[in-house]
Design a protein around this ligand. Structure first.
Ligand code: SIN
Length: 499
């Protein structure tokens, strides 16, 4: 089988993947494998911003640590949180070196906003509400300047190549060129989220839990899978057929918008003294309760008092999208509902991004490095990608090359033109119904049994196709979430059990 030999292979080209690549020494050869094209990543969809203190003032740093731990219900690894917060400034400045233009006032000071769970304004943003898009554009441009980085688009990583708990790269499938291997000294999984396991998500269509499932099949430890974060304010359009829902950034509430139920009442005072700026788990659970009590499937975001000029200037992407949908933010209540947004758990790593398999690293949403605990603090996700991406790069830069003694043996299944869409649709319905914001033991068992049957059928009928591996990854990642949710019998963070 065709084989590419390189120093590092990175699976995924979101912020976690590209930032890691850009911090690896330029004398090392890097191959980036990306399932769709370079521009289709979740990171590009991030609106609100990137949390991080640019000062070294210990009070500011301590406050960010405290907010992160509080949002995570103290199930975080405190050491990892300290790394995240203390290394924010250095890595955000590095983004600026890569020409990321954060929004500034007329005097040139970086503008900061606030989101749920933050006790102060410490979130940098770009383009008003297109932080992810602007960061990714700058990093893609930087990657193009680097001759040591080769990007393989439309290429799916299928399995890890490993022996004696050492990783040697990945097997891949490319739409045009078929199966091949990428053999590398170091492998980094940066495949992003899990959104498409659910019927409604803010994630891009490529977020199917791939890295988590690939690692799990190779025996790598995963943890905290039961913690799935639902974003409280996705635009609610009952006619939309797509899984991917339009995000209305928490920064809109950070700038003063309110939540109103279908009876016209502002309701967050019943649930949390921080009102609309409580952490996301609390706000989504409160909305769920309000929807249940008022027999409806959405609530409203009220930003009318912020005024047209401010809304257009501060949130140009959101304003324009909603106007296109027929809503004027300064006149209309905006229907919103919680949808899946972020997989908090994932591939277990230490503070250098090292997994339980030698020479295998994980970064970004597919990783579980301990910073988020039971619920991620808003805008800590882009920060996590750069802080731990920087640490992975440092580790790799200081490591000796592997001595290649590995003889890959990969069997290729035949290809069938099966359609996995009905299975994926059923998976989304089961996850929404039984593994969503509110969970019960019976519901989790039912989902486990039905999704377990899907896994059984997929494993009995292997198929050399991207769609097969995507379906398998989705089903196996869903089962990991369900097993985690069954094992954690009490409610904490974004895992809410009513029995
Ligand atoms: C948002 O802008 O509300 C999303 C940011 C995040 O997920 O942290």
């Amino acid at each position: 089988m065709h084989q590419i030999n390189t120093d590092i292979v990175i699976v995924g080209a979101g912020l976690a993947g590209l930032y890691t690549a850009l911090n690896i020494d330029s004398d090392k050869r890097i191959v980036i494998v990306v399932k769709e094209d370079l521009s289709d990543t979740n990171s590009r969809l991030a609106q609100g911003g990137i949390a991080g203190e640019l000062t070294i003032n210990p009070d500011n740093l301590d406050a960010h640590i405290k907010d992160t731990l509080t949002a995570g219900s103290f199930l975080n690894d405190e050491n990892a949180v300290r790394v995240l917060v203390n290394e924010a400034g250095k890595n955000i400045r590095r983004l600026m070196d890569f020409d990321v233009a954060f929004d500034r006032d007329d005097a040139g000071n970086v503008l900061l906003t606030q989101e749920g769970g933050h006790s102060t304004r410490r979130i940098l943003h770009a383009g008003g509400d297109s932080t992810g898009r602007d960061i990714m554009k700058a990093l893609r441009a930087e990657c193009k300047k680097r001759p040591n980085i080769q990007v393989l688009e439309n290429t799916m990583a299928l399995e890890l190549l490993h022996q004696d708990n050492i990783c040697y790269g990945v097997s891949c499938l490319n739409g045009d060129n078929g199966n091949f291997l990428v053999l590398a000294d170091h492998t980094v999984l940066a495949t992003g989220g899990i959104g498409n396991l659910y019927g409604a998500t803010t994630n891009s269509t490529s977020a199917t839990g791939d890295g988590i499932a690939i690692a799990f099949r190779a025996g790598v430890a995963v943890d905290h899978m039961e913690f799935v974060q639902f974003h409280p304010t996705a635009f609610h359009n009952e006619y939309a057929k797509h899984r991917q829902k339009f995000l209305i950034s928490e920064a809109v509430r950070g700038e003063g918008a309110h939540l109103i139920n279908s009876e016209g009442e502002r309701f967050m005072n019943k649930y949390d003294e921080r009102l609309e700026l409580a952490p996301r788990d609390k706000v989504s659970q409160a909305i769920y309760r309000e929807m249940y009590d008022t027999w409806t499937d959405h609530v409203y975001l009220d930003a009318r008092h912020l005024g047209e000029a401010f809304l257009k200037q501060r949130f140009p992407t959101i304003y324009e999208h909603l106007a296109h949908e027929g809503y004027r933010m300064e006149h209309d209540l905006i229907p919103v509902s919680p949808v899946e947004h972020f997989g908090v758990g994932g591939i277990r790593t230490d503070i250098d991004g090292k997994t339980t398999m030698n020479r295998l690293f994980a970064n970004g949403e597919c990783a579980s490095n301990g910073v988020h605990g039971a619920n991620r603090l808003a805008s800590n996700s882009l920060l996590e990608c750069i802080v731990f991406g920087g640490r992975i790069a440092d580790w790799i830069n200081q490591s000796a090359p592997a001595t290649p003694s590995f003889q890959p043996q990969v069997s290729i299944h035949t290809s069938h033109n099966y359609n996995y869409i009905p299975m994926k649709t059923k998976l989304g319905m089961l996850m929404d119904e039984y593994v969503g914001i509110v969970r019960t033991n019976d519901g989790l068992l039912l989902a486990k049994q039905q999704i377990g049957e899907m896994e059984y059928n997929l494993l009995r009928h292997p198929n050399n196709s991207k769609y097969y591996f995507e379906a398998l990854n989705m089903v196996q990642t869903a089962l990991l979430i369900i097993r985690g949710a069954l094992a954690r019998e009490t409610s904490v963070g974004c895992h809410y059990r009513i029995n």
